[in-house]
Ligand binder design. Structure first.
Ligand SMILES: [Zn+2]
Length: 233
C-alpha cells in the first residue's frame, strides 16, 4: 500500500476562488479511503472515512457519488504507525501529544483521533452561487456548531509549515460522528480521553487542475497567505 498523500489542487487555488469541482470522487477514491476536502461550490466539507462523506451547511451528512466533483481534496491510505491512548487532548496541545512520539516539523502526518469529545466546535459552509464571492465572505456565513459529549472521529493531516502555500499548514482536521449525522471542519476540540492514531507520511503528490480557469488564475500569494490564516486557523 502506498505511503504517500495524494492531493488534488492546492489551498492557494481554493483561497483564490477556484470553488468549481474538477476532480471526480470516483478518481480520487483510487488513491485511498482516508482524508478530507471540500465539495463543489464549497457546498460542504468532505470527510473521507472509507466513504466520501459531505457535511453541508444546509443539509444532513450524505455519502457522495462517484461522479460528484471536488475542487480540493487530500487522500491517502491509513495504516497507523502507532495507536495510543491519551488523556486531556485538545487542539492546543495536540502538537505536544504527537511530538512525544515523532519529530514532525519536517514531515506530513496522517492523524485520526477517536473519542467522545467533551466539546467540539465545527463549521460547515453553504453552497455558493456564481459569480462566487471571496473565500473570506463565504466563511463569514458558515454554520458554526459547538456540540458537547459527541462521539466520533477527527480525520486529517499535519502539514509542515514550509508547505503552507500548497496545503493547510499545521493540523487540518475534519470531524464525523459515529452515527454519521454530524460532520464538518474542526475549529476546536477537547476530550478527557481519546485514542490517537498516526502515520508519518514522507511524500505527497499534487495533481493540479487542468481547467482553463485554473490556468489563467492569478495565484499570487502576497495576500492569499493572510486569507488562509484567517479562514483555516
Ligand atoms: Zn477543512
Amino acid at each position: 500500500m502506498q505511503k504517500e498523500i495524494r492531493q488534488f489542487s492546492t489551498i492557494n487555488a481554493l483561497m483564490a476562488g477556484l470553488f468549481d469541482g474538477v476532480f471526480a470522487v470516483g478518481d480520487v477514491k483510487k488513491y485511498g479511503d482516508f482524508g478530507l476536502g471540500c465539495s463543489h461550490a464549497l457546498a460542504g466539507e468532505v470527510i473521507i472515512d472509507q466513504d466520501f462523506l459531505e457535511a453541508d451547511g444546509d443539509k444532513a451528512v450524505k455519502v457522495m457519488g462517484d461522479k460528484e466533483l471536488l475542487p480540493f481534496v487530500q487522500v491517502t491510505t491509513f495504516q497507523p504507525d502507532k495507536v495510543v491512548d491519551v488523556v486531556d487532548i485538545c487542539k492546543d496541545n495536540l502538537y505536544t501529544h504527537l511530538s512525544n512520539y515523532l519529530p514532525m516539523d519536517n514531515v506530513f502526518v496522517a492523524v485520526r483521533i477517536n473519542a467522545r469529545f467533551d466539546e467540539l466546535k465545527i463549521r460547515r459552509p453553504h453552497a455558493q452561487q456564481k459569480p462566487y464571492p471571496s473565500v473570506v465572505k463565504v466563511f463569514e456565513q458558515q454554520v458554526v456548531d459547538t456540540v458537547e459529549a459527541v462521539s466520533g472521529s477527527l480525520i486529517g493531516f499535519w502539514t509542515p509549515d514550509f508547505f503552507k502555500e500548497l496545503s493547510v499548514a499545521g493540523f487540518h482536521l475534519h470531524f464525523i460522528d459515529t452515527t454519521r449525522k454530524l460532520g464538518g471542519h474542526v475549529i476546536d476540540f477537547r476530550a478527557a480521553k481519546a485514542e490517537l492514531a498516526f502515520e508519518r507520511k514522507q511524500s505527497i503528490e499534487i495533481a493540479l487542475p487542468q481547467s482553463e480557469e485554473y490556468l489563467r488564475k492569478n495565484l499570487n500569494m502576497d495576500d492569499l497567505n493572510q486569507v488562509i490564516k484567517q479562514v483555516e486557523n
